[in-house]
Design a binder for this molecule. Structure first.
Ligand code: APR
Length: 242
């Protein structure tokens, strides 16, 4: 039988900052360049149209990089929240570090680097396993495979589900995201008004009413999780002492 506390639902909105301490560069901390590339050259439908080989090579390199890093203390702490709460992680990250850190319910708003999909039929999605994608790699209907990533300018197919999930939240934790990219940015305020929000980001600006922990996720998330598991989510006043 579950206790009242176990049934409470924590929704985590995560972004690049949660993976920073694993060694993956965030986007907006590197002068607007993503691993030395302009976003328009590698992460838009126009880039794919103009130079698909460059786009495939870019994501093959990112995949290689992600295979070589490990989940950090923040990913692991978030996973251990599941010992006491129902937890859904809605991430803008395309890496698999939440899953490898132990989280069981992860929704990837912007796609997943370890999956490929058909350029003809977006329902055809494939696990890549240890493979990369090369020109000439085809889906079952014979069209070129592309990364299963939501590029700038494309719709975010998971957004309606993510919005629905935030409606059932009892607490929202925003970690490592500048919340500058729509529609992900809307999710922080999509939950009912009475639902408390905790923001973990060393550079967070106080633009929504929330408890702000201006620390690196790997440093503060373990004590935040310990606090929530011990005290529950109704009295967050002690967070100032973390
Ligand atoms: N711990 C917590 N937060 C951190 C850390 C850290 N160790 N390091 C950096 N941050 C914060 C930064 O201060 C910044 O506010 O993480 C945030 C990262 O913001 P962005 O780089 O804008 O990343 P994100 O919000 O995930 O970007 C959203 O934009 O790059 C595109 O599609 C891509 O999914 C991505 C989207």
């Amino acid at each position: 039988m579950k206790t009242e506390m176990e049934r409470q639902h924590i929704v985590v909105l995560s972004g690049a900052g949660v993976s920073a301490e694993s060694g993956i560069n965030t986007f907006r901390d590197s002068d607007g360049l993503w691993e030395n590339h302009r976003v328009e050259d590698v992460a838009t439908p126009g880039a794919w149209h103009k130079d698909p080989e460059l786009v495939l090579r870019f994501y093959n390199e990112r995949r290689q990089q992600i295979r070589g890093v490990e989940p950090n203390a923040a990913h692991k702490a978030l996973a251990s929240l599941e010992d006491h709460f129902k937890v859904t992680v809605i991430t803008q990250n395309i890496d698999d570090l939440h899953e490898r850190g132990g989280s069981s319910e992860v929704l990837h708003l912007h796609g997943e680097i370890f999956k490929a999909r058909s350029t003809l039929d977006e329902r055809l999605v494939y696990d890549l396993g240890r493979n990369d994608i090369y020109p000439g790699d085809l889906c079952d209907k014979g069209s070129q495979l592309r990364p299963h990533i939501v590029w700038f300018g494309e719709d975010v197919p998971c957004y309606p589900i993510a919005h629905e999930i935030t409606q059932t939240a009892d607490l929202i934790i925003v970690v490592g995201t500048s919340l500058q990219v729509q529609p992900a940015s809307f999710l922080a305020s999509a939950a009912p008004y009475h639902v408390a929000r905790i923001v973990v980001d060393p550079k967070a600006e106080a633009d929504v009413p929330a408890f702000y922990l201006r620390e690196k996720a790997g440093a503060v998330m373990p004590s935040l999780v310990e606090y929530l598991c011990e005290k529950g989510i109704s009295d967050l006043s002690g967070l100032e002492k973390l």
